[in-house]
Design a protein around this ligand. Structure first.
Ligand code: MIG
Length: 862
């Protein structure tokens, strides 16, 4: 063992026929990294770039005395200790002498070293081979694999890697999206492992471990008192096995009334296996959920701050047929008084699925159409897929062809597959030059018919290849740098969204925030926009599973996520559609979408009663946009998910650890969507014995640590405000977010058992980067304590002029009628505030206030 600088190098020879090199790094912020590669691989093995936002800042681990054959390192600030033994190779991590996790304690370290192909080996080893024709079939099998009609010839032969981690005391694991599965990861010992392999799966099955669309090779483990994360930085096909032994109490004996018990602590073993690349794993040592979120974002970046419009409602369909159709749908929203922000155009808007073009018959004047939408202060999103029609007359194709920008097949020609346009080649977004060129295609001068209200949707970027193995690209296709597709498959979509987002930024000379929705994703995709869960079905089960699916994406760093409202495939019954709008209104990315052969389902097509219900759901979303936007700011600067599983907010409350039918929006709202047909009652868990919870609509309150039998009608989703919070809202909604900046605010103040509350409001221009470069923003905090509600700066660096006022304050949980309420601002005489108080409800309402949102003020309640 040697110790160059900050890392430790260990030679491992027992796990592979060649020496392996293990490097151990301490990283600032309670992170630990382990890299294992062959000491001298025959060819370089793939190492991921572009996911880590910077070279992680390593820090010194101090060696301490330990047993012979063991190296003990201490991380002074994190109270962590690493016991490393080389033979057998094992690492134990402990925190203040409490064992947290062990590496390779079940001995699953696995490393297939690169070898000469069998032929070469034979010729080289001729002298020792007695009978070369007896070359074992097994050997060949490792070099080529049959998959249906496909033969995967592996350029580098077998190259798999694997490693196990034992998590001591943990039995709750989350993460490794994307699967149509529960939020809490299941034990896989009896069935299939979780598979991380990005695939296009139309109408995917629920409760399946097969990979769909995108993945993040990152999981979190949580127990009372500690949360940790394991981030396995590898983009090849990956399997994750999870084996949990829960805590058990053994009854030892019973003598009289005395019970002798022995508690055996829970342990979960996780084994990661990937097809190629190297072992590069980050251990995020928490100890809190918030600390783990932070650690992950230090590595991969935070959620991009979305433009405000993208938090509104999106109307999509495959397809809105033509300009007339777009106009009519847009007008329908106004006629029915339903807010919406964006109309979407799917693949049919193009000239024969040639992206960046328009079907001239259907969309003869795309700019005229966009000017109409602009006049409504709304936006358009169009689709651009990564496959490019093989057509020498299509300039995008011929340019990319000439420049050599397509992924290659293993014979050196351009890879060709079949997709929507027929024969297609696939842009090699892993090449920085290709990304640069692709970004340039979004320039207004390049993209004919585009304007600055046009934003982007990346679909089919797993990549989807019809008639390809599992509907994707052959693993032996060749990318930039001569890497095989197998090495980086799971990053293909990540790179496309990266290039598209960059393109939108560039077309505005760096001034405007992009919006790009992607179907495929990887660790770090949060930096480039939003993600949705692909082709779900118009069935109740898909509505229900959308919640755990989005919670899983959220804890894996992807805060801006959503599921197709209504269900993409099939025709939802009206009740399902209504319930889906009510649920979607409280999910981060809120888009109605439907496939081609479904009936039209714009919100007003199901009778006045249902229109009213959908209208209400969408309006509730718009009224809460100040809260949503503030939460996204928080996700952007402080790494906390917007949509949070209960365990994140109540990390000590065991009964929250497996909850997935309800969740928190930020720390103030608890949402329990109705996902069953004809429901009249839902069981709502109100966690926390210290908490008070208020029905968000009736203001009735309950103390926490109980399960409510909560009656539900068809008119709403159960939503509860947590005592101790202040939620900023708008008093009214507009036809889109564009009509809302001047509308006044309402503050919902819900008092905790001590009679206090706090909350925040973030606002800026909603679309540019000036919040970043010129600090043009307002970040306010509201505090209620001892009868005084105050507004003050949460971040004095920010400045933004707003005419907007706080007009209304509703305080929940005031238990006596005040005698006077006065408001005071710095440059104004104190004024009496008119109020109404309901002694039955304990609700105090202050109306007709006119307190500028950007200045400090106080309201005194006596
Ligand atoms: O499988 O572009 O998930 O949202 O409407 C069809 C057509 C291809 C799949 C996407 C879906 C989109 C559709 N696409």
């Amino acid at each position: 063992m040697t110790r160059p600088g900050h890392n430790v190098v260990i030679s491992l020879s027992t796990y592979s026929q060649v020496p392996l090199l293990a490097e151990v790094y301490g990283i600032e912020g309670n992170i630990f990294r382990l890299k294992i590669n062959e000491m001298a691989p025959l060819n370089p093995r793939y190492e991921i770039s572009d996911v880590l936002i910077q070279k992680p800042a390593t820090k010194r681990l101090t060696p301490c005395p330990g047993d012979t054959g063991t190296l003990v390192l201490k991380d002074d600030s994190g109270n962590l200790k690493f016991h490393i033994s080389a033979n057998p190779f094992k690492i134990d991590l402990s925190s203040e002498e409490e064992p947290v996790l062990s590496i390779n304690s079940t001995g699953r370290l696995y490393f297939e070293h690169l070898q000469m192909p069998p032929k070469h080996r034979i010729s080289k080893e001729e002298d020792v081979m007695t009978d070369p024709s007896q070359e074992s079939q097994d050997d060949l099998g490792l070099w080529q694999e049959k998959f249906g009609k496909f033969v995967d010839i592996k350029a580098n032969g077998p190259s798999a890697i694997g490693l196990d981690f034992s998590l001591h005391g943990f039995e709750h694991l989350y993460g490794i999206p994307q699967h149509a599965e529960t939020h809490q990861l299941k034990n896989t010992s009896a069935g299939e492992a979780y598979r991380l392999y990005n695939l296009d799966v139309y109408g995917y099955k629920i409760h399946d471990k097969m990979g769909i669309y995108g993945c993040v090779p990152y999981l979190l483990a949580h127990k009372q008192g500690r949360t940790v994360g394991i981030f396995w930085l590898n983009a090849s096909e990956t399997l994750v096995e999870i084996n949990t032994q829960p805590t058990v109490e053994h009854m030892l004996s019973q003598e009289g009334s005395v019970l002798a018990k022995q508690k055996v602590k829970a342990q979960t073993d996780v084994c990661w296996m990937s097809e190629s690349g190297i072992i590069d794993v980050f251990l995020l040592m928490g100890p809190t959920p918030a600390a783990v979120f932070k650690q992950y974002s230090v590595l991969t970046g935070t959620q991009a701050l979305p433009p405000l419009f993208s938090l509104g409602y999106h109307q999509c369909r495959w397809n809105y047929d033509d300009e007339q159709d777009v106009k009519a749908v847009d007008a329908g929203f106004d006629a029915h008084d339903i807010p919406y922000d964006v109309i979407w155009l799917d693949i049919e808007h193009t000239e024969g699925k040639r992206y960046f073009t328009w079907d001239k018959k259907k969309f003869p004047d795309p700019k005229r159409m966009q000017e109409l939408i602009r006049s409504k202060k709304r936006k358009v999103v169009v689709i651009t897929d990564p496959h490019i029609k093989v057509d020498p007359m299509y300039s995008l194709y011929s340019q990319a062809k000439d420049k050599g920008y397509f992924v290659k097949n293993n014979k050196g020609g351009d890879f060709e597959g079949v997709c929507w346009p027929g024969a297609s080649s696939y842009l090699d977004f892993t090449n920085p030059k290709v990304r640069e060129w692709y970004s340039g295609l979004f320039a207004f001068s390049e993209y004919q018919g585009s304007t600055d209200i046009l934003f982007i949707w990346n679909d089919m970027n797993e990549p989807s290849v019809f008639r390809g193995p599992e509907l994707t690209m052959e693993k032996n296709a060749i990318h930039y740098g001569n890497w095989e597709h197998r090495d980086l498959h799971n990053m293909y979509g990540f790179y496309q969204q990266m290039a598209a987002a960059e393109g939108l930024i560039q077309r505005s000379n760096g001034e405007e925030r992009p919006f790009v929705l992607t179907r495929s994703f990887f660790a770090g995709s949060q930096k480039y926009g939003a993600v949705w869960t692909g082709d779900n079905k118009a069935e109740w089960g898909y509505l229900k599973i959308s919640i755990p699916m989005l919670l899983t994406l959220s804890v894996a760093g992807i805060a801006f996520c959503g599921a197709d409202v209504g269900g993409f495939i099939g025709d939802p019954e009206p009740e399902l559609l209504v319930r889906w709008y009510q649920a979607g209104a409280y999910q981060p990315f809120f888009r109605g979408h439907a496939t081609m052969d479904t009936k039209r389902r714009e919100p007003w097509l199901f009778g006045e009663e249902n229109t009213q219900l959908i209208r209400n759901a969408i309006k509730e979303r718009y009224a809460l946009l100040p809260y949503w936007y503030s939460l996204f700011y928080h996700a952007h600067v402080a790494s906390k998910p917007v949509m949070r599983p209960l365990w994140v907010e109540f990390p000590k409350e065991l009964e929250t650890f497996d909850v997935e039918d309800e969740y928190m929006l930020g720390s103030a709202l608890l949402i329990h969507p109705v996902t069953e047909p004809k429901a009249t009652m839902v069981d709502v868990l109100l966690p926390g014995s210290e908490e008070v919870w208020y029905d968000f609509r009736t203001f009735v309150h309950w103390e926490g640590a109980r399960t409510l039998k909560f009656p539900v009608a068809l008119d709403s989703t159960p939503v509860f405000q947590r005592g101790g919070s202040v939620i900023p809202m708008k008093t009214a909604v507009g036809r889109s977010t564009g009509w809302m900046p001047r509308l006044p605010y309402e503050l919902r103040v819900a008092l905790d058992s001590q009679g206090s509350a706090r909350g925040e409001l973030y606002l800026d221009d909603g679309h540019s980067f000036q919040y970043l470069h010129q600090k043009q923003f307002l970040h306010r905090k509201f505090l209620f304590s001892a009868g005084v509600l105050s507004s003050s700066g949460a971040d004095e660096n920010g400045h933004y002029h707003s005419e907007c006022v706080v007009e209304k304050v509703v305080i929940l949980g005031i238990n006596k009628q005040p005698s006077s309420v006065t408001a005071s601002c710095p440059d104004m005489a104190d004024t009496q505030v008119a109020f109404t108080y309901g002694s039955k409800t304990s609700v105090l309402r202050l109306e007709k206030l006119s307190l500028n949102v950007g200045v400090d003020w106080e309201i005194h309640i006596k």
